[in-house]
Design a binder for this molecule. Structure first.
Ligand code: NI
Length: 180
């Protein structure tokens, strides 16, 4: 397994719509190794999600895992995911992105959705996700569509560099009882 280089905003691959992975191609060592490397890369950089375009592969694959105050999400591999919004109400919260290092911004996301995808073995998976899990899925799904969270912000006025985020915004959010 290897830790992969994560590309940053400005790299054209981040703005491309990724290609679906044919089910028969999933078992190939190249794809299986890529999935292993994406998991290792996400963990190495303390990400809660990583999409293949972020590691220079324009393929519809994302990995998600979170163990922390915002939620418990087991390691999840999504291949060719499709989303159906189940609750149109929008919740706004802070997001960051390994491809936009050291920034945070407030992003509205749908509260609840259904996901249809393949797992790494090509089996169909279908589940519903809400709140933080739904947020991470929408963030990763956007990467697969060539979008980043900045595109979804209502107001770039909340875009904050990390040090200023921690100094000016994080305490207020904590006081306000957020999930941080
Ligand atoms: Ni991201």
């Amino acid at each position: 397994m290897s830790i992969l280089k994560v590309c940053h905003l400005g790299h054209p691959v981040l703005r491309m719509q990724s290609k679906r992975v044919p089910r028969e191609a999933l078992a190939s060592p190249a794809i299986q190794n890529l999935i292993d490397d994406m998991m290792e890369t996400m963990v190495e950089y303390y990400g809660v999600g990583l999409a293949a375009p972020q590691v220079h592969h324009s393929l519809s694959i994302a990995v998600i895992e979170c163990h922390g105050p915002r939620g418990e999400i087991p390691m999840t591999v999504l291949v060719n995911p499709e989303m159906t919004i189940l609750d149109e109400s929008l919740l706004e919260d802070w997001e960051g992105c390994l491809s936009i290092p050291d920034f945070r911004g407030r992003v509205p996301r749908y509260a609840r959705l259904r996901v249809d995808a393949l797992d790494r073995h090509g089996h169909k998976v279908e589940f519903t996700a809400e709140d933080f899990f739904a947020r991470v899925i929408q963030h990763e799904f956007d990467h697969l569509m060539g979008k980043v969270y900045l595109d979804r912000m209502r107001d770039l006025g909340t875009l904050a560099h990390m040090a200023e985020f921690e100094r000016y915004w994080l305490p207020r959010e904590k006081k306000a009882g957020s999930s941080e």
